[in-house]
Write a protein that binds this ligand. Structure first.
Ligand SMILES: [Zn+2]
Length: 696
């Protein structure tokens, strides 16, 4: 189990690198107005955060050394260069690539009678296809499926539709619920394709495949393939000439957000209008990794849950006791779980959440990591659906590259686990979704209420409470942080008994946000603090060039170094190691880089306008590390030398918070009402006996 997979953290209060400006090493200006996909060198977490704040279109793809960005011409390119970033071009002309992909799609469709997908589909659907097929599936299989429409229409008035799949779908029968979502982000077409194909899988497999039949009998799956229909239509239907001359077909095809503020003109304004629906959920809303700027690709919206599309999903989850949730996106070959920010800490469910993530990752070949693994994000679906409603929640970032690659690779191969997908031979996303559905059926991962009640009794569980957002960032750089906001949340769900014994699959009564945090008992003391040795006789030259380069990994001299060893149990148990250096004058600037035993950069801190630098590693591998200290700038002729120390922190034991109860209510068909409080933990079954005061 990888709790934090080499997640390296530079603790930073100021997030401007000292390489900004004349001292950096910008690459020559590009004169190409084409849309490019580039890998921007971001060796540290501070670099990644700083890149996020430039307002560019990040793809959510990246690794330890780089993040991928879409550049829409010279302005974007200049912004990147002015900030001192360097990059390598991955796709030189994205519009041309998209055109080639669609040509490949046309050839695949022409050569294919029926694809191996459950539906046999051989090309990307349009919104009308989704609506028609969902309606037909429900109509043709009334004992297995029924249509569902969210409570709120989109800004442009579209219904947001889906399907519920279980045996006897109209019964309010208390089965555990699996919720699958697609296309929060308009351009991520495969996310919607994957979602509807799973609906086909369950319906077509019922009665033919024993595992599918058993799961459909015992669980309820709700699939909403297109959460953002307005944006999806703009992206999917982008045509040459549809836009003003200022914006290309490709520009609209790359739309990510919804159509707030451009109702009726969403395909005639910039693709940048609207709200990022996956930054608009109320849990942790407003913090880092989301933007208050309306023109940002990650605009969080004016308030938590301000968007009708997100409000519809919120009300669905709040009324359905969702045990497991998968929200599909493209791309990065990732399975992300909570938390979205490091500061939130891991929930008590981290072992189970990580184990299910790893299990699913074994099918699709993706990396299973916490949401903050690349950089912090806030306001995403799962940080509300989990911390507030208790659903084990995951984001799938489908595929290795491109928002809507050729259908054959991006949908058929990824869904079924065929070459060239990372899950080739492992079952692909199809198998991962079945794992999620198995986990939904597994009552040790949620809670169960049992008892007896007269036939037709209506049982309900309710809870109303205040949910807090993140402390709200006032600007893109999050230099000014305001108070957290609070809003009222109500969870309320119902089941109707069939007479005699009943079983109701529910989420724990205590919200994960208050239940406490995961931790472990130390196996040994943490290491004692090490004072860093800095020979005062050594006066290094200033090194004002951005000194680290990724390939090959190296730091250019001049610099000073200090080596220290990180030990592991039984000698020492360190959950974190921190390196701190400081000096006198904030106008002087020292930078700090940390290399592991192999000489690879693991983290760095290169801020300015302050008189210290800090880096932190979580769960550090044992070995000899090297701190590299670079004199970026000396303020005056008196040499302002650094001093420093390496500190170690042991693991935090688990914490537990207050216990919460569901408010339980039973109303029998002849009007008798019983009310009480129920406390039930994850993995627990509580027997309510005669829950309505009698059983006949
Ligand atoms: Zn997305």
């Amino acid at each position: 189990m990888r709790v934090a997979r080499a997640v390296a953290v530079a603790v930073a209060t100021v997030v401007l690198l000292s390489t900004t400006g004349a001292g950096g090493a910008p690459r020559p200006p590009a004169r190409d107005p084409k849309t490019q996909v580039v890998d921007v060198s971001t060796p540290t977490r501070a670099d990644k955060e700083r890149l996020q704040q430039l307002g560019l279109d990040l793809t959510e793809h990246g690794d330890a050394d780089s993040l991928e960005v879409v550049l829409y011409g010279e302005d974007d390119d200049r912004r990147l260069r002015d900030a001192g970033f360097t990059y390598t071009v991955r796709i030189g002309d994205l519009a041309a690539r998209d055109a080639a992909n669609r040509q490949a799609d046309a050839q695949y469709a022409a050569a294919t009678t029926a694809s191996p997908l459950p539906s046999g589909r051989d090309s990307y659907r349009h919104l009308a296809d989704y609506e028609r097929e969902l309606a037909e599936l429900a109509k043709d299989h009334p004992t297995l499926a029924r249509p569902i429409t969210l409570n709120h229409r989109s800004w442009e008035g579209r219904s947001i539709t889906g399907i519920e799949i279980t045996r006897e779908p109209d019964a309010e029968d208390g089965k555990p619920v699996f919720l699958m979502l697609g296309a929060h982000h308009a351009r991520e077409w495969p996310s919607a394709e994957h979602s509807i194909e799973f609906a086909y899988d369950l319906i077509r497999g019922y009665g033919h495949d024993a595992r599918t039949t058993a799961l459909v009998d015992t669980t309820r799956t709700i699939v909403i393939p297109v959460v953002n229909p307005d944006g999806f239509v703009v992206s999917r239907e982008a045509r040459p000439g549809a836009a003003s001359q200022e914006f290309s077909k490709h520009d609209f095809e790359m739309k990510r957000k919804n159509c707030r503020d451009v109702v009726g003109a969403c395909d005639r304004r910039t693709r940048l209008s609207g709200v990022d629906l996956n930054r608009n959920y109320g849990g942790l809303w407003g913090g880092s990794g989301a933007s208050p700027s309306v023109s940002s690709d990650v605009y969080r919206g004016p308030a938590p849950f301000s968007e009708p599309e997100v409000q519809g999903i919120r009300e669905l989850i709040a009324s359905r006791q969702v045990a497991v949730l998968v929200s599909n996106h493209t791309y990065s070959n990732l399975i992300l779980r909570v938390p979205g920010t490091i500061a939130q800490g891991f929930p008590q469910e981290e072992p189970q959440a990580a184990a299910l993530g790893e299990q699913m990752a074994s099918r699709n070949g993706y990396d299973s990591i916490p949401g903050f693994g690349l950089y912090d994000t806030t306001g995403s679906t799962e940080d509300w659906s989990f911390w507030t409603a208790g659903a084990l929640s995951y984001t799938f970032e489908i595929g290795p590259s491109e928002f809507h690659p050729p259908y054959e690779t991006g949908v058929v191969a990824e869904y079924l686990g065929l070459s060239p997908a990372a899950g080739a031979g492992g079952g692909g996303n199809r198998a991962a979704y079945f794992d999620a559905l198995e986990a939904t059926a597994n009552s040790s991962l949620h809670a169960v209420l049992t008892g007896t009640a007269p036939s037709g009794s209506r049982l309900s569980l309710t809870k109303t409470f205040e949910t807090a957002t993140s402390p709200v960032c006032a600007d893109d750089f999050c230099n000014h942080v305001g108070e957290a906001q609070t809003f009222e949340d109500t969870l309320t769900s119902e089941m109707v008994t069939a007479g005699g014994a009943f079983t109701w699959h529910v989420n724990p009564s205590t919200r994960p946000i208050v239940a406490g945090r995961h931790g472990r008992e130390p196996l040994a003391p943490a290491q004692p603090t090490i004072t860093m040795v800095n020979d005062p006789a050594v006066v290094p030259e200033e090194n004002i060039h951005y000194p680290w380069s990724p390939t090959p990994s190296r730091i250019d001299p001049p610099y000073e170094t200090f080596q220290f060893e990180v030990k592991d149990p039984p000698t020492a148990d360190n959950e974190r190691v921190g390196v701190h250096i400081e000096w006198s004058d904030p106008a002087t600037d020292w930078d700090l880089y940390l290399l592991d035993a192999a000489g690879e950069l693991v983290t760095a801190s290169a801020l300015w306008g302050d008189n210290d630098e800090d880096v932190t590693l979580f769960d550090p591998a044992p070995g000899v590390y090297t701190a590299v200290v670079v004199s970026y700038d000396q303020a005056d002729r008196t040499f302002d030398d650094w001093s420093g120390e390496v500190t170690f922190t042991g693991p935090s034991p688990a914490t537990s918070g207050a216990e919460e109860a569901w408010l339980f209510r039973c109303e029998t068909s002849d009007g008798v009402v019983v009310v009480g409080e129920i406390v039930v933990d994850r993995g627990q079954t509580v027997d309510l006996g005669q829950a309505c005061g009698r059983s006949e």
